[in-house]
Design a protein around this ligand. Structure first.
Ligand code: FMN
Length: 395
């Protein structure tokens, strides 16, 4: 999320928005009401592709994504420029506009780029607010020293957008999974029958891709092994594209060294055709028998491997969800399993989903919500359990 307050440097926020979008970020701009004096919302909407939010009391916007939801939605909040006034209000916990309210309600990291006249910056009140904000965990970048719009020279200029972008990226590198390598499988596999036909399933890959994104935002190095999907590659993840279960197995095993967490979100075909016809099978008989043989069980093998990472499985079931999922957790010796209902417009190829997450000593229900949010919640659970396990092992 990009917050813009009422300073002259607001015109540079358009460039920052452009750079963030170029990096693959979903950018929601939130302006203070006075910021409109300095930059047009239309410009920012055109750059980000999303309408700017600026009203706290907006019934329509609240009905769609309310201020608390926006606060939850944000992976990080960057406020550039941040005025002296905004810093003062944020430091004292005021919430009389949308941006301030979101900053109070969020758990995401907040980075501000102060920009003001050098006397305003040097004022003891602003200095005290800076100290308070730092103590509250708000990160500051700048201000830079140089000539200001009013002609004064000194510290007060907003740092350049490219530098703010780099500082925003660092927010993620300090995440709870920084220094960890996470491998995620995603999407369906295709098992050929003849030269043109294959067996597959309705997995869209959306959950696996959302998890890859969430792991990246948590600071992890992400290896994504994906079956055929029509999704854009998530930024910052090392993507390996495969087609069949056998190929997925090969790609996983080849890259398993050094993996700390393995998340098997792919819907891997259990069986493949024993023989693949070289040419297209002709419609000559009334019935056709295709002999199927078992595919390798990737998750089982990873969980049984010498370097065994923390293993998270998925169970997609049409019935007896909890029982099947618990059996799979125990049978494959997993650390955690995320179970979801599929079929009847649920689970596969949908935007929303709900998950029942089970581990050996407990379980929790993550409610129906967009897969992006769900992935963030699941990743937080994985992080917590992974850290708890590694702490126990090393103590
Ligand atoms: C022309 C003009 C330029 C301004 N530039 C800045 C600035 O660069 N930094 C700042 O802290 N305040 C600046 N102000 C004052 C803020 O706009 C004012 O404190 C406003 O109430 C801040 O609102 P906000 O913090 O809700 O966005 C400027 C005011 C005017 C009239």
């Amino acid at each position: 999320m990009l917050g813009i307050t009422a300073g002259v440097a607001a015109y540079k926020a358009a460039e920052l928005a452009r750079l963030l979008v170029k990096q693959g970020a979903l950018v929601q701009v939130v302006m203070t009401p006075s910021a409109h004096e300095f930059i047009g919302a239309m410009t920012l909407q055109a750059i980000t592709g999303r309408p700017v939010r600026d009203q706290l009391f907006d019934a329509d916007a609240e009905a769609a994504m309310g201020h608390i939801e926006l606060a939850r939605w944000a992976d990080a909040i960057v406020i550039a420029p941040a005025t002296a006034d905004f810093m003062a209000k944020l430091a004292m916990g005021a919430a009389d506009n949308l941006l301030l309210t979101i900053c109070l309600a969020t758990q995401a990291p907040v980075l501000i780029a102060p920009a003001m006249n050098e006397k305003m910056w040097a004022h003891p009140a602003t200095q005290e607010n800076q100290t308070k904000l730092t103590a509250q965990g708000v990160k500051l970048i700048g201000p830079a020293v140089g000539e200001q719009a009013c002609g004064d020279v000194g510290p007060g200029r907003m740092v350049e957008p490219a530098e703010i972008l780099a500082a925003a990226a660092e927010l993620f590198e300090l995440g709870p999974l920084s220094g960890k390598r996470v491998m995620i499988t995603a999407g369906p596999t295709r098992e050929p029958i003849d030269a043109v036909r294959y067996l597959s399933n309705r997995s869209s890959g959306k959950m696996g891709y959302a998890l890859a994104n969430a792991a990246r935002l948590a600071g992890a190095e992400v290896l994504l092994i994906s079956g055929p999907v029509s999704l854009d590659a998530p930024k910052g993840c090392a993507l390996t594209e495969v087609t069949s279960a056998d190929e997925m197995y090969g790609a996983v095993m080849n890259q398993l060294d050094g993996v700390d967490i393995f998340i098997a979100a792919a819907a891997v075909a259990d069986y493949r055709a024993e023989y693949v016809a070289e040419k297209k099978i002709k419609k000559t008989e009334d019935t056709l028998t295709v002999n199927l043989v078992k595919n390798p069980d990737i998750l089982r093998e990873v969980a049984a491997s010498a370097q065994r990472p923390f293993c998270v499985g998925f169970a997609a079931e049409t019935n007896d969800l909890e029982q099947y999922a618990t059996d799979k957790l125990n049978d494959k010796q997993l650390d955690m399993i995320a179970a979801n209902w599929v079929g009847d417009q649920q689970g596969f190829d949908t935007e929303d989903n709900a998950l029942l997450v089970i581990w050996s000593e407990g379980q929790t229900q993550l409610p129906q919500q967009p897969k992006r949010e769900l992935a963030k919640q699941l990743m937080t659970l994985i992080e917590e359990h992974y850290h708890a396990k590694t702490t126990t092992q090393s103590s």
